[in-house]
Ligand binder design. Structure first.
Ligand SMILES: Cc1cc2nc3c(=O)[nH]c(=O)nc-3n(C[C@H](O)[C@H](O)[C@H](O)COP(=O)(O)OP(=O)(O)OC[C@H]3O[C@@H](n4cnc5c(N)ncnc54)[C@H](O)[C@@H]3O)c2cc1C
Length: 550
C-alpha cells in the first residue's frame, strides 16, 4: 500500500521565544487544498497570512481525483493550473453501463465549450495537487505554512481573533485581524464555536480502492448500475496518473467493514470486475459512508469558513474540493478589499450569501445523485431501472440518469453584487456567470482570455471597425478600485487593441457587438454589461459590486 509520501519539517515558531504576542493580518487554519489556495490568493493580493496545520504531510489515501475546469482556472491564477494539467489525466467523456450488457447505455461529454485552455476534467491524486500548491507557497513572500501547529482554541475580540496553538516544542498564542477556517470536514473550529452542520449522512457503504495496473481502457469515467460483478449495487472506474486507477464499489448498508476491507476480499471483488488473471498492486483501500452537510452561515464575525469545514458532499459529482476552490475564488478579493479599507466589511456578507447558496445547490444535486445510485424503496428502484432502460433508446431519458452531476461553477445569478441588464444580449453568459475562456492574441502572442482578465475588476470593450475607443477607457478609477479595460478586436479589426479575438469565440459567445462593454469582478464572474460604454454606469456597477452603495 502507498504510505506517507514525505513529511514536512516542523520549524520552531518565533513566538515561542518572544514574550510579545504577534499579530498577523490573516491566519488560515488547515493546509489542505483549500487553506493553501486561500493563502496563495491572499498573498497574490498583498495580504500577509500564515497557514497553521496540525499535521506534517499532504493528504494520504483515496481522496479527490477529479478536478473540474473551473478549479483548474482558479489554480492557474494561483500558479499551479498548468502543472496540474500536465501531470493529470485529461478526460471529457464518460459512459454509463446498466446490468449485464457490456455495451454502455450511453456516453456523454462534460466539456460544453470547445477551444478552452482547460478540459472539462482532469484526474489527479489530491496529494499531487497539494504538493504543487506547497511548491508555489514556498516561492511566495506573504504566505507560509507552519506544520505541526495545531489550533486548540480561538477567541474573538472586538477587532480580531486570538488563536491558541499547540506545537511539539510548546504552546503559544497569536492574534489576527481575520481567521479563515479551512480545517476540513470534522472542523474543530466549527465545534469550538458551537456551530451547526446541517444535512444527512447516507447509510450505504462504498469501498474505494486505488490500484496500480497496466490497462488500455480509454481515459473516461465509467459508471455501472447493477453490474454482474457487483449485483444490485454500483461501481465506478477512473484513471489517474502513474498507472493508478480508482475503483469504487457500492457495498450496501449492513456490512462487516473489517471483513470487506481485507485485501483478499477486495482482490476477489477486483478480479470479478477485471478478470481472474488480472495483475495489480494496491495503492490504498478505504470504506466510506458519505454525508451531505453544510453550515448555515460561513461568516461568524471575523472567522470565515471555507472548503470542507463549511460544506461536504458525496464525491460522485466531484463537488468537494472543486467547490472549495470556488469559495477561495469568491472570498479572496473581498477579504483583501475589506482589509485594505477599500470596501466595507459588509462585502464579506456577500461571500456568505453567494457561497451558502452554492453549498445548497451542491448539496441538493449531490443528494439527488445518492438517491439515484442507492434507491431507498422498491418503487424508487423500479423507477431508476426503468429510467436506465429508457436512456438506452431515448435521449430525453438520459437527463434523468444521475450517476453524478459533475461539478460546474455556481452561477451567482441572484447576487446582490450584480447590476441587472438594461440592454438586450443574446448570450447565456448573464451577470453572475463565470467568464467563458477563449483563445486570444495579446501583444502578438497567442494566449487565453482568462489569463488576460487576471484578478482585478476588468472591463472588456468590443471595438468595431473604427479606429480609436471612446474616451475614458483605459484604467478607470472608482473609489480607489481601479478598473482596467481590455479592448477587443475581431479578426481584421482595427490595430492597437489589447486583444485579438482571432477565433471569434468571444464575440460569438458574449454577443459582443461593436461598442458592448462587459464588466468582470476579480473572481472573473461577469457583474454587469451594456451595449454602450458609460463611465458613470461602470463606476456605479463597481460601487454596487463592492457594497459601497449599501
Ligand atoms: C473518497 C473521496 C473522494 C473524493 N473525490 C473528490 C473529487 O474527485 N473531487 C473533489 O473536488 N473532491 C473530492 N473529494 C473531496 C475532497 O477530498 C475535499 O473536498 C477536500 O479535501 C477539502 O479540502 P479542505 O482543504 O477543505 O479540507 P482538508 O483537505 O480536510 O484539509 C484540512 C486540513 O486542516 C488540518 N486541521 C484540522 N484541524 C486542525 C487544527 N485544529 N489545527 C490545525 N490544522 C488542522 C488537517 O490536518 C488538514 O490538513 C473526495 C473526498 C473523498 C473522501
Amino acid at each position: 500500500m502507498q504510505g506517507v509520501r514525505k513529511t514536512y519539517p516542523f520549524e520552531r515558531p518565533p513566538e515561542l521565544d518572544s514574550p510579545d504576542r504577534k499579530r498577523y493580518p490573516v491566519i488560515i487554519v488547515g493546509a489542505g487544498p483549500i487553506g493553501m489556495a486561500m493563502g496563495l490568493e491572499l498573498d497574490q493580493r498583498g495580504i500577509a497570512n500564515i497557514i497553521l496545520d496540525d499535521d506534517d504531510k499532504v493528504s494520504v489515501g483515496s481522496r479527490a481525483i477529479c478536478w473540474a475546469k473551473r478549479a483548474l482556472e482558479v489554480a492557474d491564477r494561483l500558479g499551479c493550473g498548468e502543472r496540474m494539467l500536465e501531470k493529470g489525466v485529461t478526460w471529457n467523456n464518460g459512459k454509463v453501463f446498466f446490468g449485464d450488457s457490456p455495451d454502455p447505455v450511453y456516453g456523454f461529454n462534460v466539456l460544453e465549450e470547445t477551444d478552452q485552455q482547460f478540459p472539462g476534467f482532469i484526474n489527479l491524486q489530491q496529494y499531487y495537487a497539494e504538493e504543487f500548491l506547497i511548491d508555489v507557497i514556498d516561492t511566495r513572500e506573504h504566505t507560509a505554512i507552519r506544520w505541526l501547529n495545531e489550533v486548540t482554541a480561538v477567541e474573538q475580540t472586538e477587532n480580531g481573533v486570538v488563536v491558541s496553538v499547540h506545537t511539539p516544542d510548546g504552546d503559544y498564542v497569536l492574534e489576527c485581524d481575520y481567521l479563515v477556517a479551512a480545517d476540513g470536514s470534522n472542523s474543530r473550529l466549527r465545534s469550538m464555536l458551537g456551530l451547526e452542520f446541517v444535512g444527512e449522512t447516507f447509510e450505504d457503504n462504498f469501498l474505494i480502492a486505488d490500484i496500480k495496473m497496466k490497462a488500455d481502457f480509454p481515459t473516461e469515467r465509467w459508471f455501472w448500475f447493477d453490474p454482474p460483478f457487483n449485483r444490485g449495487q454500483s461501481a465506478l472506474l477512473h484513471k489517474q496518473p502513474d498507472d493508478v486507477w480508482r475503483l469504487d464499489f457500492q457495498l450496501g448498508r449492513d456490512i462487516d467493514r473489517e471483513e470487506e476491507s481485507k485485501p483478499e476480499k477486495v482482490a476477489r471483488r477486483i478480479r470479478a470486475m477485471m478478470g481472474e488473471d488480472f495483475e495489480f498492486d494496491f495503492e490504498w483501500v478505504s470504506i466510506y459512508r458519505f454525508s451531505c452537510r453544510r453550515m448555515t452561515r460561513l461568516v461568524h464575525g471575523r472567522i470565515l469558513f471555507a472548503g470542507d469545514a463549511a460544506h461536504i458532499v458525496v464525491p460522485f459529482g466531484a463537488r468537494g474540493a472543486n467547490s472549495g476552490l470556488q469559495d477561495v475564488d469568491n472570498l479572496g478579493w473581498k477579504l483583501a478589499l475589506v482589509m485594505q479599507g477599500k470596501a466595507p466589511a459588509a462585502l464579506l456578507e456577500s461571500y456568505n450569501d453567494e457561497r451558502v447558496e452554492a453549498a445548497r445547490e451542491n448539496l441538493r444535486i449531490s443528494a439527488g445523485t445518492t438517491n439515484f445510485i442507492t434507491p431507498k424503496t422498491p418503487a424508487s428502484r423500479v423507477f431508476r431501472d426503468a429510467t436506465l432502460q429508457l436512456a438506452g433508446r431515448y435521449e430525453f431519458a438520459r437527463r434523468f440518469v444521475n450517476s453524478g452531476r459533475l461539478s460546474t461553477p455556481t452561477i451567482l445569478k441572484d447576487s446582490a453584487l450584480n447590476t441587472a441588464d438594461t440592454d438586450h444580449f443574446d448570450s447565456h453568459m448573464a451577470p453572475g456567470s463565470p467568464s467563458l475562456d477563449a483563445p486570444v492574441t495579446a501583444n502578438g502572442r497567442k494566449t487565453w482570455f482568462l489569463k488576460t482578465l487576471g484578478d482585478g475588476f476588468v472591463g472588456v470593450y468590443f471595438q468595431g471597425t473604427e479606429q480609436g475607443a471612446p474616451a475614458g477607457l483605459g484604467v478607470l478609477e472608482t473609489d480607489a478600485i481601479p478598473v482596467r479595460t481590455l479592448t477587443v478586436a475581431a479578426d481584421g479589426g482595427p490595430d492597437g487593441c489589447d486583444l485579438l479575438d482571432h477565433s471569434g469565440l468571444l464575440q460569438q459567445k458574449l454577443d459582443g457587438r461593436p461598442g458592448s462593454y462587459y464588466l468582470f469582478r476579480p473572481d472573473q464572474h461577469l457583474v454587469a454589461r451594456w451595449r454602450k460604454f458609460d463611465p458613470q454606469a461602470v463606476r456605479g456597477a463597481v460601487a454596487r459590486a463592492t457594497m459601497q452603495t449599501h
